[in-house]
Design a protein around this ligand. Structure first.
Ligand code: PEP
Ligand code: MG
Length: 918
């Protein structure tokens, strides 16, 4: 059967000829879809066509063969382009030249490859001269084409690289005493072309191809092939990009930025992606082609300077660019990152995409685009988004970045400044110098706490692993749009670029600045918000958000960053439908979480209270006791501590529910395991060292996680359940009776239940204990008794368990452990292999596994509510603070999610986004 699938889509010449639009990103890639969208809107884009991501997927699957029908479509669409442009690809008399550019659905800066000036041959170069009268541009384009084609298309198979050509360029510049390549004449460039062809022949062992169709075919194959290159794979892995078909290939009519002083090329952002400032920013180069700007070879000029260039055309080009950029931002409802070329005074847009940015910039954009006001100056701005739209532009990571530390102001003032360069990615970074990306990766692999600063002349896509591992990146060349800047900004990583004062010697592994040198291992501190590089380690201080929220500092509350956080949080609360609680074990954490907007405690792990001060000795005494009387005596000592702790927590959470979990971990966690510590314990408790050692031995379990822990402890030692219930209820009664009345809503949670009978047994003890205390105290205290659902059997029998349990809290840490059968403490030994081989898409302990564990959660909720329709359900596993998991929890019908205090704002935002998505 014939394959009628469409693989090639035309764009350009307005709506009637353009076959795609921005909604077709998955198929046309971001670049292709947006080129089509701009063409539809009559924005000047050089016409062309896009080969779909589906074609790329087939190509990879078929071992490097085009899908059936694609070649035919390619020829027909090229013929249409040629006819409309009135030129033929690579024609000897009047050649059409094209660029071949990759573009996946999600932008991957620098990851894929681009070839410019395709169609030039020994013959067509003369046609180009004839048509344009510009001999210099023709030879400049040809030498660039051989370089790019050699590097990008043939490089992966032959080892030919850009560097091989670069050496020859330098030689010829030296020969003719040119400091810049723009100084080379047409004749000299022509000479260079001959040299480049020799370089090509030497490595590729074939002459440079002179058939334009063959050039196009090889270039398309190279773009398809680059989808599976190591660096692209790595970028996708780091950025957790999954589920894409492949890359599209865009074949675009060339426009030339290298046609003299009224031509040029550049990149621009509608707003600042580092600080979030609403002013457009960008860089451009006169008489240059696109790659020159991104590669960081020539230092580009600031976009602001464009109107004051000598030639008047630049004023108009700048005004046109500003107009189009503002139109694009409104159209896409998001700040844009554009590439443009000016050919003899006429502006062409080569690309637009949602701009990469730091978390701070993202929050500022969202807030300013929705309020129509500059948060720093109060200046009026266009209102582009409503609150809901603004929230959907944000991620949990964005908000989290506002909670990052910044340098302590006083400490920074005192620090020794080494140099100041471009502030490419904000935040504070402190680390030890490394010069190679692989060294950064190795350091962090060896010690996850290792802090390194990656110092490079510039970075390339091969360095992304090391850039990711480093605290910050420092480069000596390149501008705000260099590879290092763009990638770091996308991650919210601190980055300083273009520090030209630094002499970086990779061989000797030293940096020289003036008379000083810094070697690998020396400490540096980078202020990515100001571009300042300091010697040594500078103390950091909490962010204004943390200072304002947790410490209530008045000055911090006036900081625009705090105000933006506050607005986003309020908007989140206006929209979300489920509650957000916190996991907190101390009054201090509880108070911090409340300040972050927690609406209760979803999990208070009481065992954390057993380690403080003298308490550990009481619990050890309990463990060593020979009989019930001995255990009760030990527990009595703990009771007063626990009760005091609960009083503190109840006061901090006045009016909000507090779920307290009974003791959960196995007892061996509380006893010492070294001989020395055991001896000390024996001495302290007045028993023999042998007795301690024997008991420790006795407590040994082969699988403690599946052993004597959770509710099983209280089944063996009911006095434990009695003591803890007493502490909770007595504390609740006391604070609700106190002069400054506290409203307490205690929820007693019994952990690790697998059968209804287990729960019944302990619920009875807890309820009897509670009732007696309440009766004695004369307070009308309301409390609940519920359970955690963290064993698959509990989820499966949730209907039975809900006959007794008044609430469920899904302990998805243990539930994940027991559903997969992966030990939560040992998964690190094999998880990297599972991720690498794509056996698991992500770490299931970080992101809830919807298909498996999620099914148990859903089932638990449904079955539980079939018995008890008003059953309150929440989640208290780590997933409660993971945005994707929070969204799942909303869908599953949970009443709340509970997470660590600093993740509360993130969960509020995720819950709002889930509600907005509906
Ligand atoms: C859980 O298992 O998800 C849970 C919250 O309990 P813990 O992590 O304390 O075992
Ligand atoms: Mg658990």
């Amino acid at each position: 059967m014939a394959n009628n699938k469409k693989y090639v889509y035309f764009y350009g010449f307005g709506k009637e000829h353009t076959e795609g639009d921005t909604s077709m990103k998955a198929l046309l890639g971001g670049k292709g879809a947006n080129l089509a969208e701009m063409a539809n809107a009559n924005i000047p884009v050089p016409p062309g066509f896009t080969v779909s991501t589906e074609a790329c997927a087939c190509y990879s699957k078929n071992g490097g063969r085009y899908p059936q029908g694609m070649e035919d479509q390619l020829k027909k669409t090229l013929a249409k382009l040629e006819q409309m442009m009135g030129k033929k690809l690579g024609d000897a008399d009047d050649p059409l030249l094209v660029s071949v550019r990759s573009g996946a659905a999600i932008s991957m800066p620098g990851m894929m490859d681009t070839v410019l000036n395709l169609g030039l041959t020994d013959k067509s170069v003369h046609g180009f001269i004839k048509q344009t009268g510009n001999e210099r541009t023709a030879w400049d384009c040809y030498r660039r084409f051989i370089d790019m084609f050699g590097d990008v298309v043939m490089g992966p198979y032959t080892g030919l690289t850009h560097h091989d050509f670069e050496i020859e360029l330098e030689k010829i510049k030296k020969k003719y005493k040119a400091t810049d390549d723009t100084e080379l004449t047409a004749e000299q460039l022509k000479e260079l072309v001959e040299v480049y062809k020799k370089v090509y022949l030497e490595k590729v062992k074939k002459p440079f191809p002179q058939d334009p169709m063959q050039q196009l075919d090889l270039a398309i194959r190279a773009v398809f092939g680059s989808w599976n290159s190591e660096r692209a794979e790595k970028y996708r892995q780091i950025n957790k990009i999954t589920g894409l078909l492949g890359t599209a290939v865009n074949v675009c009519t060339m426009v030339f930025g290298n046609m003299g002083d009224e031509s040029g090329t550049g990149v621009a952002f509608t707003r600042d992606g580092g600080t979030g400032d609403s002013k457009p920013m960008g860089e451009y180069l006169i008489n240059a082609q696109g790659e020159d700007v991104v590669a960081g070879i020539r230092t580009p000029k600031d976009l602001k300077d464009m109107p004051s260039e000598n030639s008047k055309v630049w004023k108009k080009a700048h005004a046109d660019l500003m107009k189009i950029m503002s139109r694009l931002e409104k159209h896409y409802k998001y700040p844009q990152d554009v590439e443009f070329t000016v050919q003899e005074g006429k502006l062409w847009m080569l690309q637009t995409r949602n701009a990469k940015r730091t978390g701070l910039a993202g929050v500022r954009w969202a807030v300013e685009m929705a309020t129509g006001e500059d948060m720093y100056t109060g200046e009026k701005l266009p209102k582009i988004l409503n609150q809901k739209e603004a929230l959907t532009t944000l991620s949990g990571d964005d908000l989290e970045q506002l909670l990052f530390p910044v340098f302590d102001i006083a400490a920074e003032k005192k620090a020794k400044l080494i140099t100041t360069a471009l502030p490419a990615g904000p935040g504070a970074a402190v680390g030890q110098i490394v010069f190679e990306a692989k060294d950064a990766e190795a350091a962090v692999k060896k010690d996850p706490q290792a802090k390194v600063i990656l110092v490079r002349q510039d970075t390339s896509p091969e360095d992304v692993g090391g850039m990711w591992a480093a605290q910050g990146v420092l480069t000596s060349t390149g501008g705000m749009t260099s590879h290092a800047a763009v990638v770091a900004r996308g991650w919210g990583k601190c980055c300083i670029c273009g520090a030209g004062e630094l002499g970086i010697d990779y061989k000797k592994k030293v940096i020289t600045v003036g008379k000083k040198t810094y070697k690998a291992g020396d400490w540096l501190s980078l202020n990515g918000s100001t571009g300042k590089v300091y010697e040594g380690q500078i103390a950091t201080q909490v962010s204004p958000v943390v200072a304002g929220v947790v410490d209530g500092t008045a000055a911090a509350k006036k900081d625009p960053i705090y105000k933006m956080y506050d607005l986003v949080s309020k908007w989140s609360d206006n929209n979300r439908k489920i509650n957000v609680r916190t996991n907190a074990d101390t009054p201090k954490d509880a108070a911090a979480a409340r300040a972050f907007g927690a609406e209760g405690i979803g999990l208070c792990r009481t065992e954390h209270m057993f380690f403080e001060g003298d308490r550990i000795w009481a619990i050890r005494e309990f463990i060593l006791a020979e009989d019930e009387a001995g255990r009760k005596a030990a527990l009595a000592k703990l009771l007063k501590h626990q009760q005091k702790d609960f009083e503190g927590i109840f006061k901090a959470m006045d009016g909000l529910p507090v779920t307290v979990r009974l003791l959960d971990p196995p007892l061996h966690e509380f006893v010492p395991h070294t001989k020395k510590d055991q001896q000390e314990m024996a001495k302290r408790l007045g028993v023999s060292a042998k007795k301690v050692a024997d008991r420790v031995k006795q407590l040994h379990e082969f699988n403690p996680m599946l052993g004597h822990r959770g509710c099983r402890l209280s089944v063996t030692f009911p006095e434990l359940c009695v003591m803890q219930t007493t502490a909770i209820i007595a504390a609740a009664c006391k604070v609700s009776k106190a002069k400054k009345k506290v409203k307490v809503l205690p929820e007693i949670m019994i952990p690790l239940v697998g059968t209804k009978a287990e729960l019944d047994y302990l619920e009875k003890i807890a309820r009897e204990t509670a009732e007696e205390i309440i009766k004695k105290s004369g307070v009308a205290l309301k409390y609940m008794i519920g359970t955690m659902i963290e064993i698959p059997r509990a989820a499966l029998t949730a209907d039975e368990i809900a006959e007794t349990a008044e609430f469920f809290s899904f302990g998805t840490n243990d539930l994940t452990q027991m559903t997969f059968g992966y030990s939560r403490d040992d998964i690190g030994t094999f998880l990297p292999d599972y991720l690498q081989e794509k056996i698991l898409p992500t770490d299931p302990f970080q992101h809830l596994d919807r298909n498996g564990v999620g099914q148990l959660v859903q089932m638990g909720v449904e079955r539980g509510r079939s018995t008890r329709p008003d059953l309150k359900c929440g989640i208290c596993g780590e997933h409660g603070g993971d945005p994707a998991s929070v969204k799942f929890c909303c869908k599953a019908g949970l009443n709340y999610v509970s997470c660590s205090p600093f993740r509360v704002p993130i969960a509020r935002l995720a819950a709002a986004q889930a509600a907005i998505a509906g």
